[in-house]
Design a protein around this ligand. Structure first.
Ligand code: FAD
Length: 478
């Protein structure tokens, strides 16, 4: 007997419950990926994600071939592709791991029902989360909206002690397959060429990133995670999004590392790190229970927020890293070149766009969606609504990040700025974060003319901050 394992964003062999269920049932496994991005509308994967997906599917195919036969690639609609494949292979069961975005939930529910009506055994499993979003409830019975009690409840249930190792043997069944290259996932323009210098998509790359982090960065994570010039965080986010590694595996490895270590830094570093994985869980909990929030602010008062009407040129300056505010521009250029941006800088650029430029958070979230390799509907929605002050457990609205002070605090020697803004590199550290405050002599000495070599600031930070607070006041009292 055969079973189909429908791979989606669980592109790994280890700790993969769908794969394990099919294997434990003694089935020959038909591993399939179905290309059906239109089914994820309005959040079909963006350009950067498609680049990653291409390379991740290639890696999964290589890993499967070691077990005798490659990944079967088909085109959607998903339901038709699964039915056809079941007919061709005589498979009696279909297993997959759950996704939590509203469009995927609706599609998968309908598919499960139809396949069962067809007489197939259809099962979904959890590969992506430590806890199912419906498994946690506040004392009064509803979903959580505040992180700390949510995480306390998670810790109370216990994080994973261990995760399933890669299967030693898989009995695979071949079937006709499209070629990966015909899916057109790679961009036409060469903007993604540099991604390969920074990333290794696939299960192996994910395991390497985890091992490197535990060995080299975990001990300094608690403080280092705020410094954008350092390689102090795990960079696991795209691997996690595509399920090349799961949170159970990460939690188990981190806990084992903590148990072995006698160093206090490592212990508190990994405790902080696990808490960040907790934010990922919280983000999925929120998106599941408040599915409208990928489009609309959780705080309904923000429906009436007086955003700037005509923000196209401001948005474009922000997207291109041409706002004249160095930390913002450095972040946006890091994003464009590497497909990733440091978390602290994500908060700064998001605060600048939504507050200083009064541009709707949805416009920023869309740009991130297209350019981030780790673009993830739950995490992105949480990150934008948290920063814009309109989400669950969000930063209070009056907290407007000051990019100059943030830069001086977290990039004091300007290493991050100089990397991404070489045109400012010759400015002394003290002027680097606010070149418009530098004396004419300093600018001349550094060979910089503002407005020619680097933009003048798009807005005055103090004035625009006041305008943002006034805008907020208008909805708060409305
Ligand atoms: P580490 O510090 O090593 O953390 C480990 C893991 O924990 C991450 O890989 C991630 O899965 C999770 N995590 C860490 N911080 C957060 C957080 N604040 N919220 C949710 N999960 C978190 N993350 C995404 O994965 N996809 C997104 O689309 C995304 N959009 C964001 C948008 C904004 C405006 C902001 C402020 C944050 C966003 N984040 C997003 C969260 C965070 O910036 C990234 O997860 C993190 O920078 C990834 O780097 P890392 O893997 O080295 O993180």
């Amino acid at each position: 007997p055969a079973a189909i394992v429908w791979f989606r964003r669980d592109l790994r062999l280890a700790d993969n419950p769908a794969l394990r269920a099919a294997r434990d049932a003694g089935m020959r496994i038909v591993p399939v990926y179905i290309h059906a991005h239109e089914e994820e509308t309005p959040w079909a994967p963006g350009g950067a994600s498609r680049w990653w997906l291409h390379h991740s599917l290639a890696a999964l195919d290589r890993d499967l071939r070691r077990h005798g036969s490659g990944l079967v690639i088909r085109r959607g609609p998903s339901l038709e592709a699964l039915r056809r494949l079941a007919r061709e292979t005589g498979a009696g069961a279909v297993h997959w791991n759950r996704l939590y975005e509203p469009a995927a939930i609706a599609r998968d529910g309908a598919i499960k029902q139809t396949l069962r009506q067809d007489g197939l055994d259809a099962h979904s499993h959890n590969a992506a989360l430590l806890f199912e979003p419906w498994a946690l409830q506040t004392q009064s019975g509803g979903p959580y909206r505040v992180f700390t009690p949510f995480w306390k409840a998670c810790l109370g249930l216990g994080l994973a002690e261990n995760a399933a190792p890669p299967p030693e043997a898989l009995a695979l069944m071949a079937a006709e397959s499209e070629s990966l290259n015909t899916l057109g996932l790679l961009p036409q323009r060469p903007w993604a060429d540099a991604f390969a210098d920074h990333w290794q998509p696939g299960e192996r790359g994910a395991q390497d990133a985890l091992a490197t982090f535990l060995d080299r960065a975990a001990a300094d994570y608690a403080a280092g995670r705020d410094l954008p010039s350092e390689r102090a965080t795990s960079r696991l986010s795209p691997h996690l999004h595509f399920g090349e590694i799961g949170p159970r595996q990460i939690a188990a490895a981190a806990q084992a590392h903590m148990a072995r270590s006698t160093d206090r830094g490592t212990f508190s570093g990994l405790e902080t790190f696990l808490r960040e994985l907790g934010w990922r869980e919280f983000a999925h909990h929120l998106l599941f229970h408040f599915p409208q929030t990928s489009e609309r602010s959780l705080d309904a008062r923000f429906e009436a927020f007086p955003w700037t009407r005509d923000h196209a040129s401001r948005l474009e300056a922000w997207q291109r890293g041409r706002t004249g505010i160095p930390l913002v521009d450095a972040g946006m250029r890091e994003l464009w070149h590497t497909g990733w941006m440091h978390n602290r800088v994500r908060m700064v650029v998001a605060s600048f766009l939504t507050k200083n430029l009064l541009t709707p958070w949805q416009a920023g979230a869309r740009w991130f969606w297209d350019t981030l390799l780790d673009a993830d509907l739950a995490n992105n929605t949480l990150g934008w609504q948290w920063t814009a002050g309109c989400g669950a457990d969000a930063a209070p609205y009056f907290r407007v990040f000051n990019p100059v002070l943030q830069g001086r605090k977290f990039d004091p020697q300007g290493r991050y700025l100089r990397r991404w803004l070489p045109e400012l590199a010759r400015l002394p550290d003290k002027d680097l974060h606010a070149p418009w405050e530098a004396s004419a002599q300093t600018l001349q000495h550094a060979g910089i003319r503002l407005g020619r070599d680097y933009p003048n600031p798009l807005v005055d930070l103090a004035v625009s901050r006041k305008q943002a607070l006034a805008a907020y006041q208008s909805i708060k009292t409305a």
